[in-house]
Design a protein around this ligand. Structure first.
Ligand code: SF4
Ligand code: SF4
Length: 136
């Protein structure tokens, strides 16, 4: 599916369109072979494996993909991207899901203002992504 087609159902699928636009990935190219998930070193800890996250996006269920712990369990190793025979970049999609979450924060992270208990409760990937994108 081309981006123009994707944008045509923007109203019903705002999150999906946002994910497609930010990641610049055509997740409709994915044919669900599952290689990304089979190769992913952290898929065992995900509630939804990488290829299933992509399937949700194909089906227009961006909200469910956003609620998954998969983006926060992903360590950004790019193994999935290397293995994909269709040129899809699941790692970038995971990064996009994290970015959309972080952009919804009311205020930038200030690490010095966070108490230790709160920091320890956050996924490591949230801290790394926030440090790169939404800190001052
Ligand atoms: S980048 Fe993330 S989703 Fe892809 S293989 Fe690595 S941990 Fe898994
Ligand atoms: S490896 Fe590529 S084509 Fe196969 S399921 Fe993962 S994203 Fe889809």
């Amino acid at each position: 599916m081309k981006m123009s087609q994707l944008l045509s159902f923007r109203k019903e699928n705002d999150v999906v369109v946002e994910i497609a636009a930010l990641s610049e990935q055509n997740f409709y190219a994915c044919y669900q072979c599952g290689k990304c998930s089979a190769a992913c070193p952290t898929a065992f800890a995900m509630d939804i494996a990488p290829h299933q996250v992509i399937r949700l996006l194909q089906l227009g269920d961006g909200e469910k993909a956003m609620k998954s712990n998969a983006p926060w369990t992903c360590v950004g190793c790019l193994t999935c991207t290397t293995y994909c025979p269709k040129g899809v970049d699941p790692a970038r999609i995971m990064e996009t899901l994290r970015t959309i979450h972080l952009r919804k924060l009311d205020a930038p992270f200030h690490y010095t203002q966070q108490d230790g208990e709160r920091l320890s409760a956050l996924p490591q990937s949230a801290l790394v992504a926030a440090m790169r994108k939404v800190t001052w």
